[in-house]
Design a protein around this ligand. Structure first.
Ligand SMILES: Cc1cc2nc3c(=O)[nH]c(=O)nc-3n(C[C@H](O)[C@H](O)[C@H](O)COP(=O)(O)O)c2cc1C
Length: 410
């Protein structure tokens, strides 16, 4: 080697050392062929990280950084990797000169001479204490969140079970009406409910309601609205008067912008008068098979809850029913999917379906409507609570089914 070559080599070595020292990581080199594989080089990053001066560590095996709480398994992995001439990365607890522990992410890589014989190992030490701590905190926070989520889910399930008790579990005893209902709540707790009440021995009240939103707030509102309705409904009040009174009691008590839509009807089996009111809710269907006529029934009216009775009123209308007539109340889950039927209005579409399936019993008709909606939506379920309530004027002395089809998804 000429003088110039030696000088060049020294310059390069100096540059390399400068580069190594500018690193914030620890960089170490140990001689693998000397007894106990001592360190022959440490950079300033290592000195900063460990608090040791290079004069204190050169010539020693780097295991002096280990201490009482250093786990054995990463140390074993290191030993085996080095014995096999492999590279290896571990995370292990090390101790600074002042005894303070820190988490070290250590990578060791073999260096071979021109014959392929491993002569040295380079080690890179990174302080990952903060990272580890943040990870631990994150894991802890995740665990807390998971517990919280589990609790919420359990409570939602309980609320859902409780919500089922709002629905009637049997039909009033009468031979003049064939009742039918189908309700399939969404997985999430929803805001639909319905009720059928015997107001006296010949008048029956039918309510279908939809509370805005989902989740616990909606569930609480369904309780509030249902209980209020049960308390108000009586044989003295017509449909419009009933909802007016329900609105009076709910006004000012609904949180934020929450509201309820309702369709309430009273059927008198003696006079056959069907009296109804519509409060921001979809129209109801009326089908008369004797003339093969389907139509929707509606009144003036607005949503229930946010406006005082001084500002709003709920209309009231009546028609006379005859034997065979069908009445169908529902919430918008079904009409929301029917807009997908090409070239039609969903209202006409549903009406046509009801008319074309008049040979089915009311309950079977509801099942058919439900399945049809699923088919149209090309989905296995509705995105909102599916609710349908109705009746047929029978007066055939046949026993109406007391088996109320509510699908309880719990
Ligand atoms: C280049 C190099 C750097 C090392 N740096 C560290 C280190 O920073 N901290 C540590 O605990 N061990 C370090 N080790 C590992 C130990 O020196 C030793 O190989 C390990 O403790 C396994 O051997 P033992 O079971 O004989 O102790 C390093 C090893 C090499 C080859």
């Amino acid at each position: 080697m000429t003088e110039k070559q030696t000088e060049n080599l020294l310059v390069k070595a100096g540059l390399l050392e400068q580069a190594a020292n500018s690193s914030t990581e620890g960089i170490t080199i140990s001689d693998i062929n000397r007894p106990d594989q001592p360190l022959i080089f440490v950079n300033q990053g290592f000195e900063r990280l460990t608090g040791y001066d290079r004069s204190e560590v050169i010539g020693r095996n780097c295991r002096f950084l280990q201490g009482p709480k250093t786990a054995r398994s990463p140390v074993t992995r290191l030993r085996e990797a080095i014995a096999n001439g492999e590279e290896c990365t571990v995370e292990l607890l090390n101790y600074r000169k002042n005894g303070q522990p820190f988490w070290n992410r250590l990578s060791v890589t073999p260096i071979s001479d021109h014959n392929g014989k491993i002569t040295h190992y380079v080690g890179i030490q990174s302080d990952i204490t903060l990272l580890k701590r943040t990870k631990e905190r994150l894991e802890q926070a995740n665990l807390t969140l998971r517990h919280f989520q589990d609790r919420i889910l359990t409570e939602l399930d309980q609320a859902k079970i409780a919500q089922q008790f709002l629905l009637p579990d049997s039909w009033p005893e009468t031979n003049e009406i064939e009742f039918a209902a189908k309700m399939v709540p969404t997985d999430e707790i929803g805001g639909d409910f319905f009720d059928v009440i015997a107001l006296d021995d010949h008048r029956y009240g039918f309510l279908v309601a939809d509370v805005t939103g989902h989740g616990i707030p909606a569930a609480l509102l369904t309780f509030m609205a249902s209980v209020t309705f049960k308390n108000v409904a009586s044989s003295d009040l017509g449909a419009g008067e009933t909802i007016t009174e329900v609105n009076r009691r709910l006004f000012g008590k609904m949180p934020n912008d929450a509201f309820v839509t309702m369709f309430y009807a009273i059927y008198n089996v003696v006079s056959k008068e069907f009296n109804f009111t519509q409060a921001g809710h979809p129209d109801c269907y009326f089908f008369r098979p004797s003339v093969d006529k389907i139509m929707t029934l509606s009144t003036e009216g607005t949503i229930v809850g946010p406006f005082s009775n001084e500002d709003v009123s709920f209309g009231d209308a009546s028609i006379h029913l005859e034997e065979g007539d069908r009445i169908i109340l529902y919430t918008d889950a079904i009409t929301d999917v029917l807009w997908q039927v090409p070239d039609s209005s969903q209202i006409t579409e549903l009406g046509a379906f009801i008319r074309n399936h008049s040979d089915l019993s009311m309950q079977t008709l509801f099942e058919a409507i439900y399945s049809w909606g699923i088919e149209v939506a090309r989905s296995s379920k509705y995105s909102d609570d599916f609710t349908m309530l109705g009746f047929e004027v029978t007066n055939k002395k046949k026993k109406s089914s007391t088996d109320l089809t509510k699908e309880k998804k719990m």
